[in-house]
Design a protein around this ligand. Structure first.
Ligand SMILES: [Zn+2]
Length: 251
């Protein structure tokens, strides 16, 4: 499809290219993953200014020619997430989120749920999510609460990519009681009789994952360090096994 088009997008990665250009790895609202070149954007008086940096949410006009890269012809800032940039834990959580999207959602196809999830998480890390009640100081992004929210983001991202683990019944036999293990190969929680080949999953870790998927991101449940570790292992192994994707540690 050649020609000009408009889309909203988040900059996942911005790479210096040639003498004065940038190559942008974008997650767009209308076409999913997209790569684009912004010519001359590193010149001092570039019309793009400083807005082609990671995490910016932009309104873009792009031109798709015959090559793989689209060309950025216009860019307007919709959200710069300025607080996120000034807060170390928010910045690294945002970077891990963008990295997860790069690894897990590499298809050039609209996925509105994934796009709005990423926007919502960046707003939350910026302290501007409506109704989150967070101050721009963002103390909750650090430590256990930040880890819990990062895992909730990953679980929801896995869901938008079609890789959410089975949590309601044993992924091997369908049993709904005594769900005490997790098996990535089976695709989710497993009962005591089917636990072989999986690992032990506490009730707390299981509940955490169910609530994290059911609640809005801003209301991610809390969990003990042990439960969060188990939940992270379950998510990580599920994505390795089924999506063939290895994510960096969540926190
Ligand atoms: Zn079973």
């Amino acid at each position: 499809m050649q020609g000009s088009f408009k889309t909203e997008a988040i900059v996942l990665r911005s790479i210096r290219y040639a003498e004065a250009d940038r190559v942008l790895h974008l997650y767009s609202s209308t076409r999913g993953r997209l790569n684009a070149i912004a010519k001359g954007s590193r010149r001092p008086r570039s019309r793009f200014g400083g807005r082609l940096e990671p995490f910016f949410r932009l309104d873009l006009v792009l031109y798709q020619g015959r090559g793989e890269l689209a060309t950025v012809t216009a860019a307007h800032t919709l959200d710069a997430y300025p607080n996120l940039r000034e807060n170390g834990p928010s910045l690294s959580a945002g970077a891990r989120a963008c990295d997860s999207v790069l690894r897990l959602l590499d298809v050039a196809e609209a996925n509105p749920a994934a796009y709005s999830l990423l926007c919502r998480y960046l707003s939350l890390l910026d302290g501007t999510e409506p109704g989150s009640g967070r101050s721009p100081a963002l103390p909750e992004i650090d430590g256990a609460a930040g880890h819990a929210t990062a895992l909730a983001f990953r679980l929801k991202l896995a869901l938008t990519a079609g890789f959410a683990p089975e949590l309601a019944s044993c992924a091997r036999c369908g049993e709904v009681r005594e769900l005490s293990g997790f098996s990535a190969a089976a695709g989710g929680v497993v009962c005591a009789a089917c636990e072989r080949g999986g690992f032990e999953l506490s009730h707390e870790a299981h509940d955490f994952m169910v609530e994290a998927l059911g609640n809005p991101l801003a209301a991610a449940p809390s969990g003990s360090a042990r439960a969060l570790r188990q939940a992270e292992r379950a998510i990580t192994e599920t994505l390795e096994h089924h999506a063939h994707v290895q994510l960096r540690a969540a926190a």
